[in-house]
Ligand binder design. Structure first.
Ligand SMILES: Nc1ncnc2c1ncn2[C@@H]1O[C@H](COP(=O)(O)OP(=O)(O)OP(=O)(O)O)[C@@H](O)[C@H]1O
Ligand SMILES: [Mg+2]
Length: 422
């Protein structure tokens, strides 16, 4: 599915590392496949991120250092050296569009082969792109065979005319290059890039939700990323250049307090919904440049936070309406990302979307799950899971080759022992 951006490498044999270069934090998650085919978390690392603005690298040296810190922590917990990673891509340079392609089925018996599917997807991907953008993902949604709609796997069916509907995600060439350069300079190879909202979806959504219709909303520090699913496939993706850092900035401005203090206040006393604050609850906010502390009510703090959170959710609701699948979100909205931890956020979202709302935490994994059981790790864990999904086939091939080599070696050793009577 997303394999077109994944270059397969087995430097870290059978192990996949996700590198989430977020605006607020860098998260690194290391995983391997367990016997059940699920993902076993081996280790994780997190470090505050420097040198990023709204999901995009603006200072290479600072970003490299932050990545190295998080990687170092993940290496210690996992007990291995990380060599290659799958990175998440986000930012306002990312664009997405639904497209359609059509081809005539080539075989004389009209049975659809893999080559027909490849050709029709190639036809759908042929869109006019600005010269500074490149295609990151081409995600098949469904196929139409001689006007029969809703086909997911057309191979083997018979028909004359094959159409494909796909979701195309593009990104700025320069932004991707900067990420790859930065990761390389941090001593790592990039195996592939995945849109962050798709990675987060892998981390926290169930297949049932994706089937029924669900909207993932990743409330990050610099951006809020959304991905809508229906009947198991991606229908719409969008990125809004607002996130938790805007809430913090609003608090700093509103209370005339330093940013670092505003961040602490937000986490400790903040609430996104005035129904849940008590008018008699007060806290102390330190002033800028040594000015005196002032007493502030939590109700007043909420009047700063709530409008920003409403703005973010309203922009997401607008995006949902823009998609023709907006009224098909039977599974509701799943909130994830660090800013979803803000008190009252679920209730505010419920009021705005009028849909079932839940917080998405990576849970359906084994191993060191407690180290990643926070919405902040949704993207990191999802990158690992997506990595396995998308080159699972190649991994299987790798393991088969490995076991063939091992059995041949064992035979040779056996013969050697027999010859030399060992
Ligand atoms: N307990 C909490 N209460 C309120 N907000 C919180 C809490 N914990 C984290 N946040 C906020 O979450 C945001 C960071 O979220 P996250 O780690 O998902 O962002 P990121 O992935 O680094 O950024 P982005 O995805 O936008 O590039 C920050 O604005 C932070 O203030
Ligand atoms: Mg993020």
């Amino acid at each position: 599915m997303i394999t077109d951006t994944l270059k397969i490498s087995f430097q870290n044999e059978g192990i996949v590392t996700g590198l989430d270069i977020g605006t607020s934090k860098i998260a690194v998650v290391v995983g391997e496949l367990n016997e059940m085919g699920g993902v076993q978390i081996l280790g994780a690392g997190i470090s505050p991120s420097q040198g990023l603005k709204q999901g995009v690298i603006v200072n290479l040296e600072e970003a490299i250092e932050s990545i190295q810190k998080a990687v170092h922590e993940a290496q210690l917990t996992a007990g291995l050296k990380i060599k290659d990673v799958i990175v998440g891509i986000s930012g306002d340079h990312v664009r997405s569009i639904n497209s359609r392609g059509v081809v005539a089925v080539s075989r004389s018996d009209r049975e659809i082969a893999q080559s027909d599917v490849d050709r029709v997807i190639e036809a759908a991907r042929a869109i006019a792109l600005p010269s500074d953008q490149e295609v990151m993902h081409v995600l098949p949604q469904e196929f139409v065979l001689d006007s029969r709609k809703g086909i997911h796997t057309p191979i083997g069916l018979s028909g004359v005319r094959l159409e494909a509907e796909v979701h195309i995600v593009t990104s700025a060439i320069s932004a991707s290059k900067n990420i790859i350069r930065c990761v390389n300079k941090a001593g790592l190879r990039v195996l592939g890039r995945i849109l962050e909202s798709l990675a987060s979806s892998e981390g926290v959504l169930s297949n049932d939700e994706k089937e029924l219709g669900v909207c993932l909303v990743d409330l990050g520090g610099g951006t809020t990323d959304m991905a809508m699913f229906f009947e198991g496939t991606v229908r719409h993706t969008a990125i809004i250049s607002l996130g938790g850092q805007n809430v913090t900035n609003d608090i700093a401005l509103g209370l005339r307090t330093p940013i670092e203090h505003a961040e602490v206040i937000k986490k400790k006393y903040g609430c996104a919904n005035n129904k849940f604050v008590n008018a008699d609850d007060y806290f102390l906010a330190s002033g800028i440049g040594g000015r005196e502390e002032t007493e502030v009510s939590r109700e007043m703090l909420c009047t700063i936070i709530q409008p920003r959170m409403e703005e973010i959710f309203s922009l997401i609701a607008k995006e949902m309406k823009r998609s023709s699948f907006g009224d098909k979100m039977g599974g509701g909205v799943v909130l994830t990302g660090g800013a979803s931890l803000l008190k009252g956020t679920v209730e505010l979202a419920r009021d705005i979307f009028s849909m079932p709302i839940r917080i998405g935490i990576p849970q359906t994994f084994t191993g060191l799950v407690e180290s990643v059981s926070s919405p902040e790790f949704a993207t990191g864990v999802g990158l690992v899971s997506a990595g396995f999904d998308f080159f699972n086939e190649d991994l299987n091939k790798f393991h088969t080759i490995k076991s063939v080599i091992r059995s041949k070696l064992e035979t040779l050793i056996q013969k050697y022992k027999e010859v030399f009577n060992l």
